[in-house]
Design a protein around this ligand. Structure first.
Ligand code: ADP
Ligand code: MG
Length: 724
C-alpha cells in the first residue's frame, strides 16, 4: 500500500494549476444568471401573478393554484432556455447534506411526439419515495410517504443541467423532516414578536427579517493524497498521523499569500457562486496550514442558509476540478485548529433599520437597548438549548479545545456596552419619572463609535460585534438552520414576554419609556451571569462559570438532553415551531447520527490497524531482524546492532498495545451495540469506545516515527498539509 502514498505524492508533484476561464462580463453583470429571481419572475409573469406571488412570499400565505401554473411555465421556459433538461426539489434532510431527486422535463405525448412538461403541481409538491431519510420513528415504513413542498421565498436555480427548487420536507402527517421547515416557522414567530416590540418606537415597522452572514472555514487537500487515506475519505478526518514538525507554530499561514492552485480554485468558486446568486465577498487563509475561509455578504436568513448549503455543495464540485478535496469536517487533523462556521446575526426592519445597531437619538438607542438586552436575556434563559443546537460528534472535538469557544455558552459584549449595562443596572428608573428628560438624564448614552471599537474576543461563543451578534460555536459542516432556528425562536419568545410585561406596566399608568426601562433594567440584572468578557479558553473561566451556575456540557449525548426537557417542550409547543413528537424525534435522530459516526470511525480504525499499520510495522521489523542476523553472521558483536534491537523491541511493544486495545475496543463496541436505549448507547460509545481512539492513535503515531519512511503507507501530515 505504501506505493499508493508514493503514487499520490508523484501525482501532486506533477500538478499544474487548472486554468479558470473568467467570464468576460463583470461579476455585477453575471450575478444571479443561474437564478430564477424576482426580477425574472416579474419579466415573465402577468402583473397580477407577480403581485400575488410577492404577496404570498411576504405574508407566508399559500400560493394560488393558477398562479403556480404560471410560475411553473415561466420557470420551465427559462430553465430549458439555459440548457436544463431536468428539475428537482432540493431540500435539506436531517442527514446534514442536501438531497435531490431528478425528473426529466421530457415526457412522451399521446401522439408519439415528445413534450417538455413541468406543471404547477410538480413545482409545488413532490413525494420523494425515500423512506430512508432520518426520521426518528416519525415515518414507519408502512406510512413512509414524505412530501417536499416549494418554498417560494428562496428562488429556484440551475446547477449543471438541473433546475433546483428549494423545498421543505415533511412527513405524510405533517411533521418536519428537514432543517428548513422549523426555521421558516421560527422566522415567522420572530417577525411577529419583533414587529410588536419595534412598534413601541416606530409604527412604520411592519416586518422584521433576521439577517445572517456565514463565514465558512475549510481545509483543502490534494485529491490524490486524500484518496490514499481511507480514514479521510470514510470519516472526513484523519484518525492517525504524527504531527508535522512544522505546523502552525509560526503563524505564517493566516492572511498569508494564497498559493496559485488554491487561488484558481477560489476564483472559480467565486464565479460559480456569483452566478448562483451567492454574494461571496471575502477569501483568505486561516490559521492552520491549508485552512481557508470564505464569506458572502449577509442576506435574509432563509436565503443565507440555502446559499450556505449550496455553497458547500459547490465547494466540493469545484474543488474536484482543481484536484482538491474540500474538508468541511470540524477537526480533520488533531493538533492543529479545526474549522467553524461563524453565524453573524441581526434583525432588520422593512424600513431598513438594523435593530441591533445603536442609534443616534435617544429613541433609537432605547430601541437598540430593547433588542440587545432581550437577546441577552433569551440566551441566558435558554443557553442549554443553544448549546444543544451546535452539538455534534464532530464539534465535540472542537469546542473547548483551546481554538474554538468552550462548551460553556456565554456572551461577549465589549467593554463599552458591558459598562453601559452595568450603569443602567444601578441607575434609578422609577415610575415617578413622568417626563422624558429626567429619564434620559438617568440613563447613560450608547456611544456612537461602537462599530470600530468592539474589541474582538475570539474566545467567546457568542460575541456582539458592533451591529450584530456572532455565534462562533457552530461547526463548519453544520447546517446553520439548526442553531438559527433556536436563536430566533428563543429571542422571539423573550420579546413576547417582554411585551407582556411592558404592557402591564403601561396599563398600570407608567409612561412607555419608563415601563420599557424598568423591564430592561430587570433583565440586565437577571441575565448578568451569561456575560463574560475574559478569556474563554482559561481554566479560571470554567471554574467561574460553574460558580455562576452556567452549564459546561462537553459531549453531544448529554448536551442533547435538553431537547426532552418539559421547559423545551413548552417553548416549542407554545410557539408552534416543533411539536413534541417532532422535537423528540429529532433528539433520537441526532443521537443516532452521533453513535453511528463513532461506530464508523471505530471500524475504520480497527481495519486500518489490522490490515495496514501492523503489517507495515512487522514487515519493517522483519527487515531489521534480518539485518541483526546478518551482522551476527559476519561475526560482529552486540554493540553493532544495539539500535536495531531497540527499534525491534519498541515495534513489538507498540504493535502489542495496538492489537490488545483494538480488541478491547471491538468488545466495547459489541456491548454498546446491544444497548437498547439510544442515549445510553451514545454515552457508551463516547465513554467506552471513543476512549480507545487516542491511546491507539498514540501508538500508531509512534510507529510512524519508527518505520522507514519509504514503507509508510499513509500520506503524512506534512504532506497533507504542506504540499500544494
Ligand atoms: P470577521 O472575520 O471579522 O468576523 P467577515 O467580514 O469575515 O468578518 O464576516 C462578517 C460577516 O458578517 C459577513 O458575512 C458580513 O456580511 C456579515 N454581516 C455584516 N453585517 C451584518 C448584519 N447586520 N447582520 C448579519 N450579518 C452581517
Ligand atoms: Mg467573524
Amino acid at each position: 500500500m505504501s506505493s499508493l502514498r508514493f503514487q499520490a505524492l508523484n501525482a501532486v508533484l506533477s500538478r499544474t494549476t487548472t486554468e479558470v476561464k473568467a467570464p468576460s462580463a463583470k461579476p455585477s453583470e453575471y450575478f444571479n444568471v443561474n437564478v430564477f429571481n424576482q426580477k425574472k419572475m416579474k419579466d415573465s409573469l402577468s402583473k397580477e401573478a407577480f403581485n400575488s406571488i410577492v404577496h404570498s412570499i411576504d405574508s407566508g400565505t399559500p400560493i394560488d393554484r393558477a398562479i403556480s401554473e404560471q410560475v411553473a411555465s415561466a420557470m420551465k421556459a427559462w430553465a430549458i432556455g439555459k440548457g436544463a433538461t431536468h428539475y428537482t426539489h432540493w431540500f435539506q434532510p436531517l442527514t446534514g447534506s442536501t438531497a435531490e431527486k431528478h425528473d426529466s422535463f421530457f415526457e412522451p405525448g399521446s401522439d408519439g411526439q415528445g413534450l417538455d412538461k413541468f406543471s404547477g403541481e410538480a413545482l409545488s409538491q413532490q413525494e420523494p419515495d425515500a423512506s430512508s431519510f432520518p426520521n426518528g420513528g416519525i415515518r414507519s415504513t408502512f406510512e413512509a410517504r414524505g412530501y417536499t413542498a416549494w418554498d417560494p421565498s428562496s428562488p429556484a436555480f440551475i446547477m449543471g443541467n438541473t433546475l433546483c427548487i428549494p423545498t421543505v420536507f415533511v412527513s405524510y402527517t405533517g411533521e418536519a423532516l428537514d432543517y428548513k421547515a422549523p426555521l421558516l416557522k421560527a422566522l415567522s414567530v420572530m417577525d411577529k414578536a419583533a414587529v410588536a416590540v419595534a412598534q413601541y418606537f416606530d409604527k412604520g415597522i411592519e416586518k422584521v427579517n433576521a439577517s445572517l452572514g456565514i463565514e465558512q472555514e475549510y481545509f483543502l487537500v490534494d485529491l490524490a493524497l486524500f484518496n490514499a487515506r481511507p480514514d479521510l475519505y470514510l470519516t472526513g478526518r484523519t484518525l492517525f498521523g504524527h504531527m508535522s514538525a512544522k505546523n502552525q507554530q509560526l503563524d505564517d499561514h493566516y492572511f498569508g499569500s494564497i498559493p496559485d492552485r488554491v487561488l484558481a480554485y477560489m476564483q472559480e468558486l467565486e464565479i460559480e457562486s456569483i452566478k448562483l446568486g451567492i454574494p461571496l465577498k471575502t477569501r483568505h487563509n486561516e490559521v492552520a496550514p491549508s485552512q481557508f475561509e470564505c464569506a458572502p455578504i449577509y442576506e435574509e436568513i432563509n436565503l443565507a442558509i440555502d446559499h450556505n448549503s449550496l455553497l458547500m455543495d459547490l465547494m466540493d464540485k469545484v474543488a474536484r476540478r482543481h484536484n482538491f478535496k474540500v474538508l468541511l469536517h470540524e477537526k480533520p487533523y488533531a493538533g492543529i485548529n479545526g474549522s467553524g462556521k461563524h453565524n453573524n446575526w441581526s434583525l432588520i426592519t422593512n424600513t431598513g433599520k438594523n435593530l441591533l445597531a445603536p442609534g443616534k437619538t435617544p429613541k433609537n438607542n432605547l430601541m437598540f437597548l430593547t433588542f440587545f438586552v432581550n437577546t441577552i436575556r433569551a440566551v441566558f434563559e435558554y443557553s442549554d438549548l443553544l448549546r444543544a443546537s451546535i452539538a455534534s460528534v464532530n464539534n465535540d472535538h472542537r469546542l473547548g479545545a483551546n481554538e474554538a469557544p468552550p462548551a460553556i455558552i456565554s456572551m461577549f459584549l465589549g467593554s463599552q456596552l458591558n459598562d453601559l449595562l452595568d450603569e443602567i443596572e444601578t441607575s434609578r428608573v422609577t415610575s415617578k419619572m413622568k417626563q422624558e428628560p429626567s429619564l434620559w438624564t438617568s440613563i447613560p448614552k450608547v456611544p456612537q463609535i461602537l462599530l470600530d471599537n468592539t474589541d474582538r474576543n475570539r474566545t467567546s461563543p457568542l460575541a456582539f460585534t458592533g451591529n450584530k451578534f456572532e455565534l462562533r460555536a457552530v461547526g463548519s459542516s453544520a447546517n446553520s438552520a439548526n442553531p438559527m432556528t433556536i436563536l430566533n425562536l428563543i429571542v422571539a419568545d423573550q420579546l413576547n414576554k417582554f411585551k407582556t410585561e411592558v404592557d402591564k406596566l403601561i396599563k398600570k399608568g407608567d409612561k412607555k419609556d419608563v415601563a420599557l426601562m424598568t423591564v430592561i433594567k430587570r433583565y440586565i440584572k437577571e441575565s448578568k451571569a451569561i456575560r463574560f468578557e475574559g478569556n474563554g479558553y482559561s481554566d479560571e473561566w470554567a471554574q467561574e462559570a460553574e460558580k455562576r451556575g452556567l452549564s459546561n456540557i462537553k459531549t453531544t449525548p448529554k448536551a442533547l438532553d435538553v431537547l426532552l426537557d418539559p421547559k423545551t417542550d413548552k417553548l416549542f409547543e407554545e410557539t408552534g415551531v416543533f411539536s413534541k413528537r417532532e422535537s423528540h424525534a429529532r433528539h433520537e435522530i441526532l443521537l443516532e447520527s452521533y453513535f453511528k459516526k463513532l461506530q464508523i470511525e471505530a471500524r475504520v480504525m480497527g481495519e486500518l490497524v489490522d490490515n495496514v499499520i501492523i503489517p507495515t510495522a512487522i514487515s519493517y521489523q522483519t527487515t531489521l531482524i534480518e539485518n541483526v542476523k546478518g551482522l551476527k553472521d559476519i561475526g560482529l558483536g552486540a554493540d553493532t546492532y544495539e539500535a536495531q534491537m531497540d527499534i525491534i523491541k519498541k515495534i513489538s511493544e507498540h504493535v502489542n498495545f495496538i492489537k490488545t486495545n483494538n480488541k478491547k475496543m471491538i468488545d466495547e463496541r459489541k456491548k454498546a451495540n446491544n444497548i437498547e436505549d439510544i442515549r445510553d448507547k451514545s454515552i457508551a460509545y463516547d465513554e467506552r469506545v471513543k476512549s480507545y481512539f487516542d491511546p491507539i492513535r498514540y501508538h500508531v503515531d509512534k510507529l510512524e516515527q519508527l518505520v522507514d519512511d519509504a514503507k509508510w503507507p499513509l500520506p503524512k501530515f506534512r504532506e497533507l498539509l504542506f504540499i500544494k
